[in-house]
Design a protein around this ligand. Structure first.
Ligand code: COA
Length: 315
């Protein structure tokens, strides 16, 4: 397939590190030094599904296609206020999409997993077009009393429209199932047959272990993908790395031995918006006119699961 349109939407409220320091035992200096984040966009009186719909509309407008042209809609979303229906159906109702649709919960690498699914359906001859939307509000997963998690996240939505083409040159997906490293639990309704104690647990994270997984798997995944596709890393024009922590991005840059200018960064004023991170960054760079036809773009992401993934796309 080929990406022919991108779109994104962010909550209007910006929360700075200094704002967090008014109610958390933290500081702008700590957060910036350890994560590279200065501020993030946080859901307030918006609904995440409206941001998802806005991102989809912008991507469609850029693509020149109509909703009736779309054969498949894939949404990547970890949490929303709805358990059912899936976020795809909620956004479809707002945008007029009425093709087959599905939701995936692959955490931060969701965009790459969705690209892989769309490309596989395309190669099987089942679709000619697709929209992927990554729609996330991780600020509603972490406890706002837990300084070690809530400072990291921001919300938002990013979308792409895919059409016929031979531009997805490869994808590489990986898992190391270890739910104890990054997780959140919510309580379901009681039944007469359930004796479990109820407990809602906000986002829990073994930060250092996730950090290590991120650096190891991003670099390994990208290395293997480039080897499989026969593309030398020097030929890659852009590395779109999941925006989770500036130090993780710097470690990947250093390992890859490629100029830092090839690694666009928006974590400074976005934080980690889970699977929306890569498509938001893609859309921002695209709208700045950074890409030229034929550019080679590598995506790489990691997150809860633990899951990771990489994709190489020709622009
Ligand atoms: N402000 C001030 N101090 C903080 C803090 C904050 N916001 N968050 C944690 N600390 C404290 C800790 O309590 C700890 O204090 P202690 O030594 O008294 O116990 C100290 O800072 C060091 O904590 P540590 O967890 O070792 O710091 P770190 O250098 O590993 O940085 C992360 C923490 C979370 C920034 C880092 O591990 C990380 O980014 N990991 C990856 C997380 C990630 O990307 N998750 C999402 C994946 S999709």
């Amino acid at each position: 397939m080929r990406i022919i349109g991108t779109g994104s939407a962010l909550p209007k409220k910006t929360v700075t590190n200094d704002m967090l320091a008014t109610f958390l035992d933290t500081s702008d200096e700590w957060i910036q030094t350890r994560t590279g984040i200065k501020s993030r966009h946080v859901i307030s009186d918006e609904n995440i599904e409206d941001l998802g719909a806005e991102a989809v509309r912008k991507a469609l407008e850029m693509s020149g296609l109509q909703v009736s042209d779309i054969d498949m809609f894939i949404v990547s979303n970890v949490v929303s206020e709805y358990v059912t229906p899936g976020m795809s159906c909620i956004i479809a109702e707002k945008t007029g999409l009425s093709c087959p649709m599905l939701d995936i919960n692959c955490a931060c690498p969701g965009f790459i997993y969705a690209l892989d699914i769309a490309e596989t359906y395309y190669k099987a001859g089942k679709i000619r077009t697709a929209i992927i939307a990554c729609v996330e509000e991780p600020t509603r997963m972490a406890s706002w009393e837990d300084r070690s998690t809530c400072v990291l996240f921001g919300d938002g939505a990013g979308a792409v429209v895919l059409a016929e083409g031979d531009n997805i040159k490869g994808t590489k997906l990986h898992s190391e199932p270890s739910p104890d490293k990054l997780w959140q639990r919510r309580t379901l309704v009681d039944t007469p047959y359930i004796t479990k104690a109820e407990f809602d647990v906000p986002l829990q994270m073994k930060g250092r272990e996730v950090f290590k997984f991120a650096v190891t798997e991003c670099t390994r995944g990208v290395d293997e993908l480039l080897k499989d596709t026969g593309i030398p890393k020097e030929k890659v024009d852009w590395f779109m790395v999941h925006q989770a922590n500036r130090r993780i991005i710097d470690a990947i840059i250093s390992y890859m031995g490629q100029p830092a200018a090839k690694f666009p960064v928006n974590i400074t004023d976005h934080g980690n918006s889970s699977s929306a991170s890569c498509p938001i960054l893609l859309d921002e760079c695209n709208r700045k006119g950074m890409f030229k036809e034929g550019d080679t773009i590598v995506f790489s992401s990691f997150g809860a699961g633990l899951l990771s993934g990489a994709a190489v796309v020709e622009w």
